[in-house]
Design a protein. Structure first.
Length: 369
């Protein structure tokens, strides 16, 4: 199942020794007591045994911390870190700092993996030597499995640098259709690439932090292997989870793509003409603004009506959004009305249209994790 022999990081590094073939499974946990047992058991019972499991209790106020501690008592491969509630990005960074594995694998506390998930990913790594091995997933809603990655491939596929660039440009055109690099969970990363290049999740992002992380990682890698097998189960819940959370705090946190797109720009700038990058990034900026506004406006109620009104007003006044509206080029099914309303700064009609779209897309209680 793999040697436990260690290899040191480069001279002068303060990073822990990396253990060959060991997978560091990192689980950020926040108020996940309803789901954590299934998640933890799916990791512990993996057919691939050469793992360490790092549970970061991110300031949970329910029983999650006790469940984490109980797991650790029953399995010496498990470490629990109790941290302040600083969000999933900061929690994953804590996990990476103390990870000893040659590989890093992220899983959310309300998801679970197939028994052979890690074994299959490691086998694919040894066959391809790719810098990242991406497994497919199933979306689970009301215990019913559905398809995973949108805009993926019909079969296993090795992507070289030009393929990654092409896929990034597809994402910019249809960010809700080409989602292969929109997540960090369900894939093997090489720890040495992360630690040698000081790659971290941006702790200021509470959405789209995975996108920013992946494109930072791609700056130092050139081979991605996509494994068609669905090894990960991504559980959706009957509410706008992200939107609801942000509406109760700072709604601007919904708009992490504003910084994530800068990471994609940095990745593309040495390979694509800047005029093309500006046009494609500008289009994606508007597309993602619409997507997040639909999610936010779908949550309008008496207590947050003013907050959402102010959010939409501020967005329509935002010089960057107004500049990027010129690049918006909708495909079939994309909104044509909302950008027009944005140009005219018609706040209430934007909210009405977005709320209607949210109802059509998600119903009264949406799965928008």
């Amino acid at each position: 199942m793999g040697s436990l022999s260690g290899t040191k990081m480069k001279e002068g590094s303060d990073i822990h020794e990396i253990v060959t073939d060991l997978i560091s499974v990192i689980v950020p946990v926040y108020n996940g007591e309803k789901y954590l047992s299934l998640c933890g058991e799916s990791i512990i019972n993996q057919s691939y045994k050469n793992i360490e499991i790092i549970l970061i209790n991110d300031g949970s106020t329910d029983g999650s911390g006790k469940i984490c501690d109980a797991f650790a008592l029953g399995d010496n491969r498990i470490r629990v870190i109790h941290a302040k509630n600083n969000g999933p990005a900061a929690a994953r960074n804590i996990g990476m700092e103390c990870a000893r594995g040659e590989f890093i694998f992220f899983i959310d506390a309300d998801d679970f993996i197939e028994k052979n998930a890690l074994e299959l990913l490691v086998e694919n790594y040894h066959e391809t030597k790719a810098d990242i091995i991406v497994g497919d997933f199933k979306s689970i809603h009301n215990n019913i499995p559905g398809p995973g990655h949108k805009g993926a491939f019909a079969d296993d596929k090795l992507l070289l640098k030009q393929d990654i660039i092409s896929y990034a440009r597809c994402y910019l055109k249809r960010p809700n259709r080409f989602t292969l690099f929109a997540y960090s969970w369900g894939r093997l990363y090489k720890s040495a690439i992360i630690k040698d290049n000081h790659i971290n999740f941006n702790p200021n992002l509470f959405t789209y932090e995975d996108v920013a992380f992946n494109y930072d990682y791609f700056k130092h890698s050139s081979r991605v292997y996509y494994c068609k097998a669905a090894i990960y189960n991504h559980v959706f819940h009957d509410h706008y989870m992200s939107a609801t959370m942000m509406m109760s705090g700072d709604p601007i946190k919904l708009f992490g793509y504003m910084e994530a797109l800068d990471t994609i720009r940095d990745y593309l700038q040495d390979n694509i003409a800047m005029a093309d990058i500006n046009r494609e990034i500008g289009h994606a900026y508007v597309s993602l603004t619409i997507i997040q506004l639909v999610r936010a406006c779908g949550q309008v109620n008496a207590s947050n009506r003013k907050t959402i009104h102010n959010l939409v007003r501020d967005l329509t006044d935002n010089p960057k959004l107004r500049h990027n509206l010129r690049y918006y080029s909708p495909s079939k099914g994309d909104s044509r009305m909302i950008p027009i309303l944005m140009k005219l700064k018609l706040v209430l009609p934007i909210i009405w249209v977005c709320r209607y779209k949210a109802y059509k897309r998600y119903g009264k209680g949406a799965a928008a994790k």
